[in-house]
Design a protein around this ligand. Structure first.
Ligand code: IPT
Length: 968
């Protein structure tokens, strides 16, 4: 059968050979972005091709913004699947139902558009297959959605009234190669540009800029093809000149020159401005000198091993999908740099090319990944996998070439990745061979082939801590060749919903074993699409037949790019400066964890706090400390303050001056050290409980006859009782494809979400009211014996809670503590404890001890799919809704305007309606978070196993006792 262009194995026809992308030259350019005419058809051939001819009647057509996806502009709807193809797997055929968007744009050339030379038309990205006509003449067709394609249009252009017609099919054979875990979003989603190519213009060019760290010199050679052709060695006739004024370089293309330079690294992104000039054109070059190599089994740049503090980045915007503007790209990088991230894997396709310019400029290591994933074949045991079928190899090689040619001049790109999750096959080997032959100055990455036959490094995703440790020790099994390779976790720490937990433990391994050269969190941003009813939509919200729900919302930033607590935690865990030790007379140790930079750009400050309130502060003089070095500095003697309080030092490393990515004073790293631990509040007692008219009074407190607290000094309190349930997090819910039940499934099976409270006794003792209950789920013999011992000194109310498990508990508890309601509570919330943001047992590195002020609404983390969130650890005291809470037991503190049951039932943010009552949880402990939505669950030391527990809390209604409004 004859396959039509969108269903054949090939990459397309008619486009020019790929070449390097650059933002601007002095040749004329015309952006064709903007409003285009648009018509959507349900099938590939519902309409004939007459629309491409000038003069076609478009009266009934709509409009669309280019770049953009039609499904986000009111035509059809988006569809989310992770691995599964949303169509029958019968490669290279695709369904008859194949949304097809006809795009039309008429344009005039600027009056000064040069008549000589020629002009090319460039598409930077079209999903998934385009066929292009200019003025009625077909230029060709192409696949490879996130790769550029150019056509020579010189002969067809007219000064006025040009008609550019583009037919885009949502599904094509290319879709089989683009099964990335993301929304399917068809359309012309990157720029469309006309580029004049003067006579004697610069053709393809390749900037080779290496750095010799022994000599301190850089060697520059720019190969350029002034005719658009290269000879058999890839070298070209040297007709162009390369100048770098700052370095006094003025050489012919093809000629190498070695001069003293400052190297480029992600930490010190030193770029030199140069020019590549031919008789017809001048192209600005931004040159970074650096050398990437594997030596002694380690990835080294400029002779030094790297540690990737990375993140996987998809291109995403909640309104425009994968059509990103420059400001958004820059915002991503600034946010990354401000959170100590030093590397990006462009999962799972080459990004908009301007993103890499920004990585060069601001400094990030980049793994540039090819637009290739055939994950859906896994579901059919990899039968027919395109990467192991020679008919597809030309398409694979085309993708490899388009990536490498486009991006090869970026110093930030240190590793090429063949793609993601494609299984194994000859096609991948062919790609690797082509890439190595074209550019042997970078490493090759591909995670999917455990033999590492084609790669220069060993990569895994979601390996648990124990396995990473084995690899670090060199105790991993596997091919001998692989055991010699450096190791990177190309994905780990699945940032879905609340979490990921366990990052500190991973980082410790990365810093302990030199073979483990860091990792890349999965992933940067939640792909929640702006939605009129749900606020943010995820899989299934558009009525998709097959979908993977909110697995698409697994980022370190929320869809609107608000940092989630996970990003704040990651920033702390990967701090490039470690501050340790300290104490009374003790010295502070400062370790420079940068790979290249000194600490010269940082200043160090200290502050001293009593009960969370700053008493004194100052600066610390830190001696010059090179990468990997450690310095010791003495803190001043402890400032005088009132005795009896809890005192601590806080030491910070902040930017000493403005940088390209953050302002002076921006905190890069910090640590706190306790000086004196303070005195716990005195236990109160002495008042006798009194029974009266079906009520029990105890000092300021009123209980009902069953011993339920009703009010304190007239402040209403609702339903105070033991609580063990939390709205399961995505990590609690685990991986749907794993056979063993997730923690949340085990919790629900046992009934921890439906515990019954049986009242066993209400005892009025001389100076205490004791209420005994047994808390247990129906159908089980497991239970928790609970004793609430209430005492009062006449003005305050003390609760001493005791919990005793009964039976063989094999399931960890979600939480254990008390919860109660404060009807009508409003106003600010102030607390002394961990903050400012949320934390859990294995996500608390970034929690800083201090006095914090917020309000209940701001204490919620609005995860796209609602789930447990917002806990603050280490509570000493809190004031909320007129209630004062004091405790020496440092419980976890949570407050929200809905119940856990409502949070558990909600599917979207919009399902949560704040009620009048603020529900407060004080937890003795919580189960850790882990990263079980894709990866290991909470580590054993962060699991909450049922055991005898105690909690003492004092309640009062007294207002602030001189706790100044210190905010950090
Ligand atoms: C891994 C994929 O590479 C990535 O695209 C994403 O789907 C991630 O998981 C989970 O969000 S594949 C997984 C089956 C390990």
């Amino acid at each position: 059968m004859d396959l039509r262009h969108h269903e054949d194995f090939g990459p397309g026809t008619g486009s020019l050979p790929p070449r390097a992308w650059y933002a601007a030259s002095d040749a004329a350019a015309l952006s064709l972005n903007g409003t285009w005419r648009f018509r959507l058809s349900a099938t590939a051939d519902a309409e004939d091709e007459s629309f491409a001819a000038p003069g076609h009647d478009r009266a009934t057509w709509g409009e669309i913004t280019v770049p953009g996806h039609w499904v986000l502009q009111g035509h059809g709807s988006p569809h989310y699947t992770n691995q599964l193809y949303p169509f029958p797997v019968d490669p290279p055929r695709v369904p008859t139902d194949n949304p097809t968007g006809d795009h039309l744009r008429t344009f005039d050339l600027p009056s000064d558009w040069p008549a000589s030379g020629t002009t090319v038309l460039r598409f930077d990205g079209v999903e998934s297959c385009a066929r292009v006509w200019l003025n009625g003449t077909e230029l060709g067709d192409f696949k490879g959605s996130r790769l550029p394609h150019e056509f020579d249009v010189g002969a067809l252009l007219r000064p006025q009234g040009n008609v550019l017609a583009v037919r885009v099919h949502q599904w094509s054979s290319g879709s089989y190669l683009e099964d990335q875990d993301q929304w399917w979003l068809p359309g012309i989603f990157r720029d469309v540009t006309l580029l004049h190519r003067p006579e004697d213009c610069v053709g393809a060019h390749f900037v080779h800029a290496s750095y010799d760290h022994r000599a301190g010199t850089g060697t520059l050679r720019v190969d350029a093809d002034t005719q658009g052709r290269a000879d058999a060695q890839g070298r070209t006739d040297a007709q162009g000149r390369v100048t770098v004024a700052e370095l006094g370089i003025d050489v012919a293309t093809g000629e190498a020159v070695t001069v003293p330079v400052e190297p480029w690294t992600a930490e010190t992104p030193r770029l030199y401005d140069g020019v590549l000039a031919t008789a017809g054109e001048r192209i600005p070059l931004r040159i970074g000198f650096r050398t990437v190599a594997v030596e002694d089994g380690l990835i080294k740049v400029n002779g030094r091993p790297l540690l990737f503090r990375g993140v996987n980045r998809h291109e995403f915007h909640p309104r425009t999908g994968r059509a990103l503007d420059l400001a958004t790209m820059r915002a991503d990088i600034l946010l990354m740099k401000r959170h100590n991230i030093n590397a990006v894997r462009t999962s799972h396709y080459p990004p908009h090319p301007a993103f890499l310019d920004l990585c060069d400029e601001l400094g990030l290591w980049v793994i540039d990944e090819c637009d290739l994933e055939t994950h859906g074949f896994q579901a059919i045991r990899w039968r027919g996998n395109p990467v192991d079928d020679d008919r597809w190899t030309p398409a694979l090689l085309d993708r490899a070439a388009r990536m490498v040619e486009r991006d090869k001049n970026h110093p930030s790109v240190v590793i090429w990745s063949l793609g993601n999750e494609c299984g194994t096959g000859r096609g991948l080997t062919a790609m690797a061979e082509w890439i190595r032959a074209r550019d042997d100055s970078r490493l090759l990455h591909y995670e999917g082939d455990r033999s590492c036959a084609d790669t220069g490094m060993y990569a895994r995703m979601y390996a648990d801590h124990a396995e990473v440790e084995r690899i670090g020790r060199g105790e991993d099994e596997g091919p001998e060749r692989r055991r010699q390779l450096p190791f990177v976790l190309c994905e780990y720490g699945h940032a879905m919903g609340n979490g990921p937990g366990g990052l500190s433990e991973y980082q410790r391994l990365f810093e302990t074993y030199e073979r483990i050269q860091g990792g890349f969190i999965w992933e940067w941003i939640d792909h929640g699409l702006a939605h009129p009813s749900y606020e943010y939509a995820y899989g299934g919200d558009f009525g998709e037949e097959l979908h993977d729900g909110n697995f698409v919302c697994d980022g370190l930033v929320l869809p609107d790019r608000t940092p989630s607590p996970g990003l704040v935690e990651y920033k702390k865990v990967i701090e490039p400066v470690r501050i340790e030790g300290g104490g009374h007379e003790g010295a502070v140790q400062i370790t420079n964890l940068y790979d290249f930079a000194t600490l010269d750009h940082l200043s160090f400050t200290w502050s001293y706090e009593r009960d969370g309130v700053r008493v004194a502060d100052g600066t610390l003089a830190v001696p010059a400390t090179g990468p990997g070095e450690r310095a010791e500095v003495k803190l001043p003697s402890a400032p005088r303050c009132d005795p009896g309080g809890e005192t601590q030092w806080t030491v910070r490393a902040v930017l000493a001056w403005d940088t390209a990515w953050a302002e002076r004073g921006h905190v890069v790293a910090w640590a706190q050290f306790t000086d004196e631990s303070g005195v716990s509040p005195a236990v109160v007692g002495g008042t006798a409980p009194v029974r009266d008219e079906g009520r029990i009074a105890l000092g300021p407190a009123l209980f009902d006859a069953r011993g339920t607290l009703l009010a304190l000094d007239g402040l209403e309190i609702e339903d105070l009782r033991l609580d063990v349930w939390r709205a399961p997090t995505d990590n609690d819910n685990g991986m749907p494809w794993r056979p063993e039940p997730s923690p949340a499934a085990r919790w629900r099976a046992l009934g921890l979400d439906r515990m019954q409270h049986r009242l066993d006794a209400v005892e009025l003792a001389e100076d205490a009211l004791v209420v005994r209950t047994r808390v247990a789920p129906a159908a089980s013999d497991l239970g928790l014996r609970v004793a609430y011992r209430w005492q009062s000194d006449g003005s305050r109310l003390l609760l001493a809670l005791e919990v005793e498990p009964e039976g063989e508990w094999s399931v960890p508890l979600p939480r254990v503590g008390i919860r109660f309601g404060l009807p009508g509570a409003s106003g600010p919330v102030r607390w002394f404890g961990g903050g400012p943001g949320e934390a859990y047992p294995d996500t608390r590195a970034a929690s800083m001890t201090g006095v914090w002020e917020s309000d209940v609404d701001a204490m919620q983390t609005p995860y796209v799919r609602p789930q447990e969130n917002g806990a603050r650890p280490g509570l000493r005291w809190a004031e909320i809704g007129g209630l004062r809470i004091d405790t020496g037991d440092r419980p976890w503190f949570t407050a929200r305007r809905w119940t856990t049951e409502q949070l558990d039932a909600a599917r979207h943010r919009t399902d949560l309606t704040p009620g009048d009552t603020v529900w407060v949880n004080l937890d003795i402990d919580q189960q850790g978070i882990g990263t079980g939505s894709c990866g290991p669950g909470a580590l054993p030391e962060h699991q909450l196993h049922a055991r005898p527990e105690r909690l003492e809390v004092t309640f009062s209604t007294a207002v602030t006792r001189g706790n100044g409004a210190a905010r950090h």
